[in-house]
Design a binder for this molecule. Structure first.
Ligand code: SF4
Ligand code: SF4
Length: 193
């Protein structure tokens, strides 16, 4: 059974219970919110780099998940949320499968994206995808080239999704409206015109 260490020094004990590191740029609230939203233990990251080594985006771009883990631990909010690389994660979960400390780096990235959205920092292509899902039920809607290819393969021209059952689009819109996602996407895109 684990026994709690007792150093007999209240100040040291309270410092040991604080899982954050601090630099002059640290925002402790950012670290806490990332931990809360991601539901994972980012402060346990020991920077081994297994996540970056597993990441399919890393060899093709400047994106390094390990760097974002460090920013989560150090509370480097602006550095994390204004870095365009934040949006290069494909959410494939390879890093989460392999992290030796059982951290979920993917969920850390998703938490950071949510926090970026609160500050209207979202790439335009993501906002346009929101609009497409809202209007068609698809991030990448079917098109005539695909329809012809499907026909050639003996498939129906449209898949059995909202393309074949548009009556379900209304349900998708209700969910998106609940989070004001489309409304915010429209607003941010319009402001950038
Ligand atoms: S694999 Fe886990 S412990 Fe290693 S750097 Fe990535 S998040 Fe940190
Ligand atoms: S989930 Fe994201 S960060 Fe993790 S390995 Fe996949 S692309 Fe890389």
């Amino acid at each position: 059974m684990a026994v709690e260490k007792n150093y007999g020094n209240p100040e040291l004990e309270s410092r040991l219970k604080d899982t954050n590191y601090y630099t002059s740029d640290s925002n402790k609230d950012f670290s806490d919110r990332v931990r809360e939203l991601s539901g994972t233990i980012s402060h346990m990251c020991f920077q081994c780099g297994t996540c970056t080594g597993s990441c399919p985006s890393a060899p093709r771009s400047s994106y390094r998940i390990r760097k974002f883990m460090r920013r989560a631990v150090l509370g480097l909010e602006d550095e994390a949320l204004t870095d365009p690389d934040l949006w290069l994660c494909t959410t494939c979960y390879s890093c989460s499968d392999r992290c030796p400390r059982d951290i979920l780096p993917t969920d850390v990235i998703m938490a950071m994206r949510n926090l970026a959205f609160e500050r209207d920092i979202v790439p335009r292509n993501f906002l346009k995808t929101v609009q497409l899902i809202y209007n068609t039920g698809h991030g990448v809607p079917n098109n005539d080239v695909n329809r012809a290819a499907r026909e050639k393969l003996g498939l129906p021209r449209d898949p059995p999704t909202t393309h074949s059952y548009p009556e379900y689009i209304e349900g998708i819109q209700k969910i998106i409206d609940h989070y004001h996602l489309k409304e915010n996407a429209d607003r941010i895109l319009a402001e950038g015109e």
